[in-house]
Design a protein around this ligand. Structure first.
Ligand code: SAM
Length: 371
């Protein structure tokens, strides 16, 4: 996810010193409200409700029930709950329940139904729902020291993961690469450039790369077969000529040479990150580089932490760490991939240089690794 949230610390404009956080019982209550609302967003997305509320003229509850194929009583309650939460707008709250008309403002439309809008954050709700579907397995893994394979988190986590990064890759991936040494080189190279996208997931970054470098050959790799199947469908629907391979990162060694290998929000998920980077290094063309985007976390553990740190640790304990531990001999990096760890892994994979690139990238820090 790449939109950097505001922090929870409240500041008074007249006094820049942060005020004390809310009492713990208040914070937990607010978290419960937020959790319920996030799951209600997932439900709305799963049932396609937001698209109908976004229709010109909006909808009444009966109209929503008819077009979405849900039961009217549920349509009333979901619309009221969404309006109370400020997720949808209601023309006249005083009107009778049967005639109340609901619609989306521009801001709500961007968040819920415009997949390429930078403010389209609703897919994170699908990720949370995917995590919720494996809580029993997570508890068992914690007891046994095993993991929960990525595939077990299911389609909702997959789609949420793809959807949350899609707008940023479309808008910013080229800018990130232009800020790197290798990006400047390939910008003028035209045809013959080969780019690999390791851990491409739903393929949105691969598609963005193909659009940004129309003369290049772009190949996406991911160990998860379901992700690759969906990535192929996305590329076909977008009319973009890319290739996808359902293969683990280590297999890239047999598919080079590449001018650039991008590893986007994936390094921390790799059970064997050093082996993967060794394979990437061997697949680089002379003058090539590996470009990594991974989490913009603090340099050191601090507690309590800011909202970014809390967000990343939340995903780590519930998803990334158990997914990584599902593989034998995992490095068990977890989501909170500190810059020092990236530098250590790069050195262990025999990269001579690992440079942090000074380019705005929201939740991500960009690294360029050269042999
Ligand atoms: C957090 S997701 C990121 C996906 C995509 N890059 C994005 O930003 O939306 C991590 C991805 O790494 C993939 N992955 C995990 N281990 C892998 C491996 N050994 N080789 C290739 N892909 C792997 C997962 O299947 C998943 O799609």
């Amino acid at each position: 996810m790449t939109t950097n949230p505001s922090t929870t610390t409240v500041t008074d404009p007249a006094d820049p010193a942060p005020t004390a956080p809310a009492p713990l019982d208040t914070r937990i209550f607010e978290a419960a409200v937020a959790s319920l609302e996030v799951l209600s967003i997932h439900l709305g997305r799963r049932l396609g409700l937001y698209g109908h509320v976004a229709a010109p003229g909006g909808v009444t509850a009966d109209e929503l029930a008819t077009v979405a194929g849900i039961v009217p009583r549920y349509a009333v309650e979901w619309l009221e709950q969404q309006a109370v939460a400020g997720f949808v707008s209601v023309d006249d709250p005083e009107a009778a329940a049967s005639t109340r008309r609901f619609r989306l403002s521009d801001e709500q439309r961007a968040a819920f139904v415009e997949p390429d809008d930078p403010a389209h954050v609703a897919p994170v709700a699908d990720m949370v729902a995917g995590i919720g579907s494996v809580l029993d397995e997570l508890a068992e893994a914690y007891r046994r020291g095993t993991g929960v394979p990525y595939a077990r988190f299911g389609q909702h986590l997959r789609h949420g993961q793809g959807g949350i990064n899609r707008p940023t890759y479309r808008a910013s991936l080229r800018d990130w690469l232009d800020a790197t040494g290798v990006g400047k080189r390939i910008a003028t190279n035209g045809s013959g450039v080969r780019i690999a996208d390791v851990g491409c997931g739903q393929g949105w970054s691969t598609i963005a790369l193909a659009r940004a470098y129309p003369d290049a050959k772009v190949i996406g790799f991911d160990a998860d077969g379901a992700s690759i199947d969906e990535a192929r469908l996305h590329a076909a629907a977008a009319g973009v000529d890319v290739t996808f391979q359902a293969l683990p990162a280590a297999a890239i060694a047999e598919h080079g040479p590449f001018d650039v290998i991008v590893v986007l929000e994936t390094l921390h998920d790799l059970a064997h990150p050093i082996d993967a980077l060794v394979a990437c290094r061997s697949a680089l063309r002379r003058g090539g580089a590996v470009v990594i985007a991974d989490e913009m976390v603090a340099d050191h553990f601090t507690a309590p932490g800011d909202e970014t740190e809390r967000f990343m640790y939340g995903f780590s304990v519930l998803h990334c760490l158990p997914a990584s531990l599902a593989q034998e001999g995992s490095a068990a990096l977890g989501t909170v991939l500190r810059a020092s760890t990236v530098h250590r892994i790069a050195a262990a994979a025999s990269f001579n240089r690992c440079e942090q690139i000074d380019v705005p990238a929201g939740f991500f820090r960009i690294y360029e690794l050269t042999p």
